[in-house]
Every structure is written in structure tokens, then in C-alpha cells.
Design a protein around this ligand. Structure first.
Ligand SMILES: [Zn+2]
Length: 310
């Protein structure tokens, strides 16, 4: 078989060549997907990227406040500059399929669903016109969110939901009812599971909620039984290697669980999570895994998996 240009780019360790090839990013938080250099240019400041792993999510969020948000206008204006950065980055790295998670408070910040969707669509058309946007509704920050679901879903704008911190906010039966409603509206069901906590959480939430995709899910690599369940049911894990290293979920790229997950037939994709914080582009993620021993042909399978969304 002829070697694909992506495989050649990996073997040559050529970042510019990797950047030119279409890729997907299916796990990215809308306001955090931009590149630090974009904010630097806009605010005319120098931002030193974070150098060592964070001790907690709290420390991570504090870093963003102290190093990025402090240079941006407050409220909607600063938020939109961050989202703009995500689209600019998608275009720069040829991310042709981009799933961005937006939370309910972000919709409220822009004055409700009508103006929210028009504004975001406008940014996408202007800064990443060749990118297919798959917006996810991020849930799990406050039980008040559920009051807005009917109205939000009625716009048929979101393609999926992404439950974050679900276990901290909702009971399993509340989550089931949210997922049922989303499913009735034809949405893809995703949840952040298996980053922290126990491997069994991955199986429990996937089974009980009928998840289509899992954000992270890397703890599943500790259990052959769970990996078999994910593989048999074609449940896709949207994995973010640098995020895992920077939050001490994985010690490094060589020992990252994605190697085991892929070898066990689990459907995985490679994604950035919070590029503005972790400072590693999608092309750089692929290159890091290649240098850490993953076969170029396997990384090509993973790239293709991400591009075949439906
Ligand atoms: Zn995430």
C-alpha cells in the first residue's frame, strides 16, 4: 500500500507538513482552544506557557486567569476573543472537523440562544470557513441548566451534549433523564469520565447513560474487561495526551494509556482539550505520540477515525 502523506509527515517529523493535512479535534472547550500566541498578539503582551504539571484543576484555572484572562476585556468581549482564537487555530492547523463544548452560562453571557448561535456561527464563517463545527452543549455546572434544555434544543444547533463534572452535580437518574432528552433530540451523548476517579466509572456511565463517546476515558486502559466493552460497543474515547500529562493523569507520552487502548481495539481519537492552557497543537500531539513510539500507520488510523464523524 502506498504511504499516505500523513504517515510520511510523521516519519519526517515535519510539523509544517502535519499542519497541512486535515484533522479533527473532537474534545475542545470553546473558550480554551486558541493558541497563546494569538492572545499575545491581540493584547500585545508576552505570556510564558505553563512549564510543569498542575497539581489540580483549580490551579489550572487559576493559571488561565492570571496569565491569559487578565490580558483580555471582561465579560462577553473577552470570551469572544477566546472563542475567536479557537477558530483561528483550527484554520491554522487544518482542523477540518471541530467539536467545541459551550456551557449554558456562555449562552447566557451572549444574551440567549438566538444571539449566541448567530455570533458563534459568524465567528466560524469568518475565521474557519472550511471547518465543520460540531457544537456540544457542556453540562454539569449547575442543576439550573436543565430548565433551559428544551429551549436550547429547540434551535437544533448543537450536535451533542458533553457532561462535565456530572457526578458532582447530578444523580445518576438525573443524568439519565438529561441524556434521554438529548437522545430524543438526536444529539450525540458524550461525558467527561475516566480522567480522574476509578476505571469502573467508565463502564458504569457508558452503560447506564448509553454514551456514544467519552471525553478522556483513559482509565479504562487499566481493565481488559472495560476495554472489551468499549471496543464491542464502538464507544469512542476522545483522548487528550498533553492534558493528561499536565494534570498528572499520565507520567509521560511513552506510558500514556492511548497505546494500550489502541492495541486493545478501542476506538480512540487525539484532541487538545484546552490548548490555550496546555500549549500543544493537534499536529504537535500526533508528533509527540509518534516520537513516543506509536506507529505512524496507527496514528493514521486514529486520524481517519476522527474525520469520519456522523
Ligand atoms: Zn475536557
Amino acid at each position: 500500500m502506498e504511504e499516505s502523506s500523513f504517515v510520511t509527515a510523521l516519519k519526517n517529523e515535519s510539523l509544517p507538513a502535519l499542519q497541512r493535512i486535515p484533522k479533527s479535534d473532537l474534545h475542545s472547550h470553546a473558550g480554551r482552544g486558541g493558541h497563546i500566541s494569538y492572545i499575545e498578539k491581540y493584547a500585545n503582551v508576552k505570556i510564558t506557557p505553563n512549564q510543569r504539571p498542575f497539581e489540580s484543576l483549580f490551579e489550572m484555572n487559576q493559571w488561565l486567569k492570571d496569565n491569559v484572562k487578565c490580558h483580555l476585556p471582561q465579560g462577553a468581549e473577552g470570551y469572544l476573543k477566546q472563542v475567536e482564537g479557537s477558530f483561528v487555530q483550527a484554520a491554522a492547523d487544518n482542523v477540518t472537523v471541530l467539536a467545541l463544548s459551550f456551557c449554558v452560562d456562555e449562552i447566557q453571557l451572549l444574551g440567549g440562544m438566538e444571539s449566541f448561535k448567530n455570533t458563534i456561527d459568524g465567528l466560524q464563517k469568518r475565521f474557519a470557513p472550511d471547518t465543520v463545527l460540531l457544537p456540544d452543549l457542556g453540562l454539569g455546572y449547575s442543576t439550573e441548566e436543565v430548565n433551559d434544555l428544551d429551549e436550547i434544543f429547540s434551535y437544533k444547533w448543537f450536535s451533542g451534549i458533553d457532561i462535565m463534572n456530572g457526578a458532582g452535580t447530578y444523580t445518576m437518574s438525573e443524568l439519565k433523564s438529561i441524556c434521554g432528552k438529548a437522545k430524543d433530540n438526536g444529539l450525540i451523548l458524550k461525558a467527561h469520565i475516566g480522567e480522574f476517579g476509578e476505571p469502573e466509572d467508565v463502564l458504569r456511565y457508558a452503560e447506564e447513560l448509553g454514551l456514544d463517546q467519552i471525553q478522556h476515558g483513559v482509565l479504562a486502559a487499566k481493565s481488559e474487561k472495560i476495554m472489551r466493552y468499549l471496543a464491542d460497543n464502538q464507544i469512542q474515547l476522545n483522548v487528550c495526551p498533553t492534558s493528561n500529562v499536565m494534570l498528572k493523569v499520565s507520567a509521560d507520552y511513552k506510558t500514556h494509556p492511548i497505546h494500550t487502548l489502541f492495541a486493545n481495539g478501542v476506538k480512540v481519537t487525539i484532541n487538545t482539550d484546552d490548548l490555550l492552557i496546555f500549549n500543544s497543537t493537534l499536529s504537535e500531539e500526533y508528533l509527540k505520540l509518534y516520537k513516543a513510539g506509536m506507529k505512524a500507520s496507527d496514528l493514521e488510523v486514529i486520524r481517519q477515525t476522527g474525520l469520519h464523524y456522523s
